[in-house]
Write a protein that binds this ligand. Sequence first.
Ligand SMILES: [Cu+2]
Length: 745
Amino acid sequence: MVTSFTAFAQHHSLSSEESHKPTYIGKRVEYDLYIDHLKVNYSGKERMGLAINGSIPGPVLHFTEGDTAIIRVHNKLMMDETSIHWHGLLLPNEEDGVPYLTTAPIKPGQTHTFKFPLIQSGTYWYHSHTMLQEQSGVYGSIVIHPHNWKEQKEQVIMLSDWTDENPHEVLRNLKRGLDWYAIKKNSVQSWGEAFVKGYLKDRAKTEWIRMPAMDISDVYYNRFFINGKSESTFADVKPGDSLRLRVINGSASSYNWIQYAGGKMKVVAADGLPVQPVEVDKLLIAIAETYDVEIKIPDDGMAYEFRATAQDISGHASLYIGDGMKMNAPDLPKIDYFAMMREMNSMMGSMSIGSMDMSGMDMKKMKRMDTGKDTSMMNMPGMDVKDMKMDSTMTMPNDTTMKKMDMSGGDMGNMKMENPDEVTLTYDMLRSPRSTTLDAKLAMREIKLNLTGNMIRYVWSFDNRTLSQSDKILIRKGENVRMTLVNNTMMRHPMHLHGHFFRFINAQGEYSPMKHTFDIGPMETITIEFYANEEKDWFFHCHILYHMMAGMARVVSYENSPANTQLKPGDQKMVFKEDRKTYLWGQTKIASDAVFGYANLVGNKGIFNLTYRVSYKNKYEVQPDYQRFLDKRQFLSAYIGADIRNTFQVTENGKRVDRKVGVIGVRYLLPMFLLSELRVDHLGNVRFQLSRNDIPITKQLRLSLVGNTDMEFNIDFDYNIGKRFYIHASYDSDYKYGTGLTLLW
Ligand SMILES: [Cu+2]
């Protein structure tokens, strides 16, 4: 521990006297945390959440630097094990709280005692690292005051997102590509809307490159919270007071825009550590980051709003500071999704269309687009320039100052709200008070990782491998590590390294800030560096809970480490199994002509498909197959199955056209999401088929088409009337017209 402490003090923000203080000088500070089920009602519907000591979020844990924390975590859950990870804290590996990786899982009814010295100060948080428990409420904040803390009024601001759905259901819905979230958020980007708004060509372009309609975030949330409430008041202030807000983004998958209606916010710390103060009007806080900001309470006695808005502007939470008349922060403009789409296309304009896709984007090609940047990008409504930044190697001037410039200044109608002098925090404004350079005499280990993902199948990964498909990243104690991350996806990812602070290399050079979590935008390259002064295994992952669970994680492992004393042999296999879940879903149509639909059992590499149709005239058909993906992008697959049908149809020469055949074939996803399929049955009959599912004609209307060389075809319309329900109408070459109800299950 002393090694870590010294290294930490040397490189970071602790003063030199502090760094010589022994580690265990403080008090023993004890907490008991009881994790239990809790009935909640946030949106008019009663739901089961998970709480710590009966509340969401859990209690604020207060410490002073140098204290020893003794925290007993009691699992009161009926069936499920749990865990607590201390996010951003430097502590012995076994205390890090990642179940099966560093720490034993806490079984139902068990108590686990954590004990570790606090060798740092600042704003941190804690949360369950078991499955999706964090989304249900298992999180809370940590405040560690420095020794020389000058008494100052302060308040913790814990941000979070809440869904009425079971989080496992959310993940399954993301995997299957459920329309409902986009419909609720108005981000469908239908062909009809594209036509009306003049974006038809842009819509076609994105489909041509097999890119699904982009959204800023994946999930639809019922509520956003500050300290567990959508709206609340903090009245313990007087005009003229200065107040330190310790802002923590404990959301499962929501970045947040932060605004304060009463004036500027002075950013004084990032991820717990002090930074050179900088005054801003607005900042985007990534998931799992923390910022300390100081505000001044205006003299007029009004209650000014501190607001946290989800980055996709689908909702916000408010804390009114003061008890006077309420003064609101300005609404942020809605996202202009089509403008975003056009900008994305223009970035890709110079690339050979068709060779591009979401997952396997070729960075060499991307780099050639350096010059593709023009000023229209700067003025683009609905765009965040950082989102558009292609690569850090881009040669445009002022690249760095643009990095996080906020262009989400949306539709023109709202422009009056925009203040040209408004300052939005960028990473490049974060400056460490001290030099953070590493000891140049040490060897530097270079690690390169591409962030990759398959949006269509919702598989997230590094270098196209999920956690379960990958090995540990090996490093050695005593060396420097430089990680270069290239985001090849069209989404932001908040990356978190456990147990370490790293230099986040930015425009401040030698004074680059120390962080434990950083945001990486679409197509962006980020470099971090740290002195490897630990031992054993540490988790490194995207902090979007659903991305982590879908595979976007690695284990950073110190070679030649002593054995972990908390784990049983084979425990770590559990960690590597996390993303290997299979999902079952399907669709059933109850129509005037027949009952039909499909069922899918889906894994990372393959799918069991079953399609079936049973008519009321005793006709039936059923086609089971197993399909295995063959390429990185998962466009190409091979399958083996059967085709059994009994339609009692007779051809002109009196032959029944029924079949009972075994089939093998290949499927390939063509541009425009046209699924082509070539198969041969065991009698030697060859069939070629083209299909396209779920073309969004309007926000709620979907069209699906199938046709094949056996002269069979089907046209199918579905009109959305609820999360899992559509009204259905179709014409089929065999079954003719039909209408009814579609149910997704
Ligand atoms: Cu992610």
